[in-house]
Design a protein around this ligand. Structure first.
Ligand SMILES: Cc1cc2nc3c(=O)[nH]c(=O)nc-3n(C[C@H](O)[C@H](O)[C@H](O)COP(=O)(O)OP(=O)(O)OC[C@H]3O[C@@H](n4cnc5c(N)ncnc54)[C@H](O)[C@@H]3O)c2cc1C
Length: 480
């Protein structure tokens, strides 16, 4: 398992990143990325220090080498428990605010390798490619990001009917060495700080889309691959005290453009096969396994949110108030506990097919469907608890040091429960969670990190045990 330093060094690979129209020479030294990269490097160090911990790693049955549980092919509920532990391990340092840590796409690759027979349907060499890349990613402890949703050019028309070809990524030509990819995908979160990019489609393709029917990986420094991050929030955060989350945990969503990137054959998983691209995430355990990571990570965020609510109420001296207690219990505690139960049910009652355990889809999709409701409701509750506190704050931490303003600041921003510096520190933390651009992005992430609500709800429709429910009705009808 690699160290944080080795990870940071791997990012100095000449990748093409453009910010505000200018090329970024070295992401590891740029203020937009330096802090989130530091966070990830710290977790790599912690993971390396724990490489012999059986709670977080497993021994390969053939080689005996130990690997992170994020690469463990799950065969049982206990294996899913091992995967849950590593997801929490990666989520806790960012309080669940970084969703696309290395353990996310590791789920996809692990599930693909455990389900190689799907890729073999396109030819055994493609199944070989999947397994070989999975083993490499596992052995080198790689950080892989993914781009699987195309830009919103025209959601009513398939890729091959767009105003011009290859707005969505597709194969412009094939050579003996590999395939040449052109086009763009909308978002690859964390791409600027990952090692490799997985590229395919989770949005359904249709017959006629064969040029677009690809599934492949490329290194982040592949010639022709351009990374266009949205505005990183760390660059606008004036201090850690004023923006404790924006300044440290922005994983930076990034549009990716493929300017005729040559992808060697050995990095191609699916080639010009619409059915296989459509099947890869849902026939294989990849979608439930990756979203299990998302749910575990979201559970950490919910706990963080519950803690913020309680601390906010405490600092305002409001915890003894019956209506505040009812709000904390009913609108925060109950939802957090219910969500935790869903994650545990998905783990403890897996569906085991072909020897692979997938977190139970019924609970995974129930969790995903509830996620956006929970985040919206709980953010609103935090706002209700805060009242005008977010706006009644000094403009920056300089107010505490300026001889002109220090006395007023210390006096009028205090509460009965805490001094001004401590109280404002908490208030600014909560605001960065619910109200800043970083906070808004967090809300959007939970609403859309996987798909729009109707898409998630239709997955739930397919996963719920309707047969059991209708059997009860039939029994009732049969009684009279
Ligand atoms: C913060 C964030 C991070 C993300 N990170 C990643 C990432 O790392 N990798 C990745 O691949 N993707 C990522 N995504 C993209 C994510 O997968 C998509 O946003 C999600 O799948 C929804 O697709 P979309 O954005 O294209 O929205 P759309 O599918 O276009 O949906 C937008 C709205 O339009 C509606 N709609 C859709 N189609 C139609 C239609 N034909 N007619 C009428 N209404 C329609 C939907 O119901 C929805 O309300 C991220 C998204 C966010 C917000």
């Amino acid at each position: 398992m690699r160290s944080g330093d080795a990870y940071v060094a791997s990012l100095r690979d000449g990748r093409t990143v453009f910010l505000d129209g200018e090329r970024v020479d070295d992401v590891t030294k740029h203020p937009a990325f330096i802090e989130p990269i530091r966070r990830v490097a710290e977790i790599y160090d912690r993971a390396k220090a724990a490489e012999h911990d059986p709670a977080l790693t497993y021994a390969d049955p053939i080689t005996g080498a130990r690997h992170s549980n994020m690469w463990l092919p799950p065969r049982s509920a206990d294996d899913l428990g091992a995967r849950r532990r590593i997801h929490r391990f990666w989520a806790e340092p960012s309080f669940g605010l970084m969703g696309r840590t290395p353990d996310h796409v590791a789920c996809v690759l692990t599930a693909f390798a455990a389900w190689r027979h799907l890729f073999d349907r396109g030819g055994a060499r493609f199944g070989d490619n999947v397994v070989r890349f999975y083993e490499r990613a596992r052995d080198e402890d790689l950080y892989v990001a993914y781009a699987i949703v195309p830009p919103q050019v025209d959601r009513a028309s398939p890729a091959h009917r767009h105003p011009e070809p290859f707005l969505h990524p597709g194969v412009v030509r094939e050579t003996g060495a590999g395939i040449v990819v052109r086009g763009s995908h909308a978002i690859a979160t964390s791409a600027t700080m990952a090692d490799w990019l997985f590229v395919s489609y989770i949005t359904p393709l249709v017959p006629g889309d064969e040029d677009y029917a690809i599934s492949l990986v490329m290194p982040m420094n592949a010639e022709g691959l351009r990374l266009y991050p949205r505005r990183p929030y760390a660059t606008t955060a004036t201090s850690v005290y004023d923006y404790p989350l924006s300044s440290r945990f922005d994983e930076v969503d990034t549009t990716v453009v493929f300017n005729d990137v040559l992808v060697p054959w050995e990095h191609v998983f699916i080639y010009r096969d619409v059915d296989l691209v459509n099947a890869q995430f849902h026939d294989s355990p990849s979608h439930t396994t990756a979203n299990f990571q998302s749910l575990v990570r979201f559970g950490v965020k919910l706990e963080f949110m519950a803690g913020l609510a309680m601390r906010l109420a405490e600092i305002q001296g409001a915890t003894g108030d019956p209506s505040v207690q009812a709000t904390l219990g009913g609108e925060i505690g109950a939802l957090c506990a219910a969500f935790d139960a869903l994650v545990k049910a998905a783990e403890r009652f897996p569906l085991i097919t072909s020897g692979v355990a997938r977190p139970h889809p019924q609970y995974v999709y129930a969790g995903m469907g509830l996620q956006r409701t929970l985040i919206v409701d709980m953010m609103r509750t935090l706002r209700e608890l805060a009242g005008g506190a977010f706006q009644a704050v000094p403009s920056s931490d300089s107010a505490f040091t300026s001889p002109e303003t220090r006395a007023d600041t210390e006096r009028y921003y205090q509460s009965a429960a805490a001094g001004a510096r401590e109280r404002i520190k908490l208030v600014k933390l909560v605001w960065d969670f619910v109200g800043t651009e970083f906070g808004g992005r967090q809300l959007q992430y939970e609403m859309f990190y996987s798909a729009s609500q109707p898409v998630v709800n239709r997955r739930m429709f397919k996963s719920y045990d309707w047969a059991a429910a209708t059997a009860i009705v039939d029994r009732c009808l049969g009684e009279y």
